[in-house]
Design a protein around this ligand. Sequence first.
Ligand SMILES: O=C(O)CCC(=O)C(=O)O
Ligand SMILES: [Fe+2]
Length: 333
Amino acid sequence: MASESYPPPFRSLNNSTQIVDSDEKADPVHDLEDPIPLVDLQSLKLGKQLGEACEQWGIFRLVNHGVPPTLLSQLQDHAETFFSLPFESKQSLITSPLSYFWGTPALTPSGAALHRKGTLENINLVEGFNVPIAQLNQFQADNHIVASFSLVLEEYGKHLARLATTIFEAMLKNLGLDPIESKSNLSNSTGSVRVYRYPRCSNSNSAWGLDVHTDSSVVSILIQDDVGGLEVLKDNDWFTVKPIPNTLIINLGDMMQAISDDKYKSVTHRVKVNKNKERISICYFVFPGEGSVIRSSKYKPFTYSDFQEQVQQDIKTVGYKVGLEKFKFSEAV
Ligand SMILES: O=C(O)CCC(=O)C(=O)O
Ligand SMILES: [Fe+2]
């Protein structure tokens, strides 16, 4: 892979003079066959499988999801082609309402990278671009690589909206929540796709692809290539989310944890970089509608924009996202 495709600070990551030490980071990771619960979208037992996975893990693997395997492989091929373009071309080709970023997954509402307090010595080894799906039709793509990628993303976006709605409705049913009252807590017009590339890094202990975090979304829907690196926390143990072709990974985010009154978990996860291979993943995040208030017994009523504002402020001042804790009834704001 031509190193000029990488953001400049990533170009020395495979420098052979770097010390390569053991593969293990501080905490051990369980590398079981496939620990992640499986949910079959076509199964009559969907509600039961889903409820258990959401309560115990906050993440599950979705099968029989109806996204054609050809579409999934097209997405992967387009992402590889795009990321291998020179860094400067990627910066100039991705224009508003899309945005290109690297070094952090934290973005401002307009899509610019939001660098944390005390950063640069502490960057995440990731580059990507953000695509607000509802605004994709406003994107002027003059370059043919980007234009054909955006058509594939538009097609994928329709499947993602369908899946997010189906899963959300099944979760509401499982929680015994009123589907009409809770409907606005998921709005597909807020959906955005992030396409990521994680560089390979000979010293994979030196930095993370993505630091430990929870997603702020209602749900996130993720596909990954065959490299692996995503790890999730359950009951103080880390587990690898293996790459399994044609399966989708569904993560619950902070909004869903609050909507469920803490019955469901917003899963804690992180991404490790690989010593030998770069990795591509494509993630969809969907949020409550604008002005939609989340009410529960654990948290003060809040909207997603209240939450997002608080997160941005915390990243700038404390250096990390504090998250739902800030909205707990017992917390002083
Ligand atoms: O790349 C991945 O596997 C996960 C990405 C992720 O966790 C995120 O964007 O929030
Ligand atoms: Fe995440």
